[in-house]
Design a protein. Structure first.
Length: 308
């Protein structure tokens, strides 16, 4: 039994296997109606609990569809409607759920909740986003990059804006998949040293460049995310926007990257804020392939977790 808690807690070999497996599974069902089951039905007889303590569109739908395609069943639970949201401990919740379901995916605030769930659950636990990381997203991002441009190893990724949870998982991935990452954003929103240190210790070049135009020189991939994450207070919005405005990904910024650079955004986006529609809907953008690949990447993750 494997938990999928973070990119840095999973071996590079297993991560590589999951990406390749995801691509194979996507290929195998190309052109088939979305509701048809995969031929091999690896999750037949399995029930997966999907717990959300924050809003979600992509994570909710892609996990639900993925489980169904593989022949399993899902139970989508809102944290606030569970006793978990009314004082029951995480440990007790984990032990009870383990008596009913075969796997748990949780989207929560504090990452300690995720780790405690995994400690007490007898079934695999998957990280569907915390305040600090979003590993499923980055698996889909790696799959998407490689689908368009081949191996990501040795490439240059530029993260623009806030050094947030998605950025942290990108830094973990830089270390595990062997690519370089330049962060460009205001010093107040730099990624945490822990994540930068992980990638550097694995041999990746991690740079911080305040000038976004310099940062994107030679970039193979430019990534943006919202300037105000779900765990950020709404009262910080104006201050964040003022700090981040200069880091918007627009056509002028894209033109300073490699001519064939890709643009990604995990979505949901605030169009004309962190990125313009001209870029999001333009020739460099792969944002909807990226969204679709949540499905395929997570199917590979779930199969790895269950060993099926
Ligand atoms: N990218 C992502 O996780 O989207 P949702 O918040 O819609 O799940
Ligand atoms: N950084 C964003 C990602 C949403 C998928 C957030 O945490 O709100």
């Amino acid at each position: 039994m494997n938990h999928f808690l973070d990119i840095h807690t999973t071996s590079a070999t297993d991560l590589r296997h999951m990406i390749d497996h995801a691509a194979d599974m996507k290929q195998a069902r190309a052109g088939r109606p979305k509701g048809t089951r995969d031929d091999d039905q690896p999750l037949a007889g399995h029930i997966v609990a999907l717990i959300f303590e924050k809003p979600s569109t992509r994570t909710r739908v892609s996990f639900d569809v993925g489980v169904r395609q593989m022949g399993g069943e899902t139970m989508v639970l809102s944290g606030k409607d569970m006793q978990l949201g009314h004082g029951e401990t995480i440990a007790d919740t984990a032990r009870v759920l383990s008596r009913f379901v075969d796997m748990i995916m949780i989207r929560t605030f504090d990452e300690a909740v995720l780790y405690e769930m995994a400690e007490y659950a007898d079934v695999p636990v998957i990280n569907g986003l915390t305040d600090r990381t979003h590993p499923c997203q980055i698996m889909a991002d790696i799959q998407t990059f490689e689908e368009h441009r081949g191996l990501i190893t040795g490439k240059k990724v530029v993260w623009t804006g806030d050094g947030n949870n998605v950025c942290s998982s990108f830094l973990h991935a830089a270390g595990q998949f062997g690519f370089d990452l330049t962060f460009t954003g205001p010093a107040q929103l730099d990624p945490e040293d822990e994540y930068i240190g992980f990638a550097r210790n694995k041999g990746s070049t991690i740079a911080i460049e305040r000038d976004p135009f310099k940062a994107v020189e030679g970039a193979d991939l430019i990534v943006a995310d919202t300037w105000v994450s779900m765990h950020d207070s709404q009262s910080s919005k104006e201050r964040r926007h003022n700090m981040l405005r200069g880091y918007q990904v627009n056509e002028e910024l894209m033109s300073h990257a490699k001519p064939d650079a890709l643009f990604m955004h995990c979505l949901p986006a605030h169009r004309e804020e962190e990125a313009t529609s001209a870029v999001m809907d333009g020739p460099h953008s792969v944002i909807f392939d990226e969204a679709e690949n949540r499905l395929h990447a997570q199917k590979a993750i779930m199969r790895w977790c269950l060993g099926v």
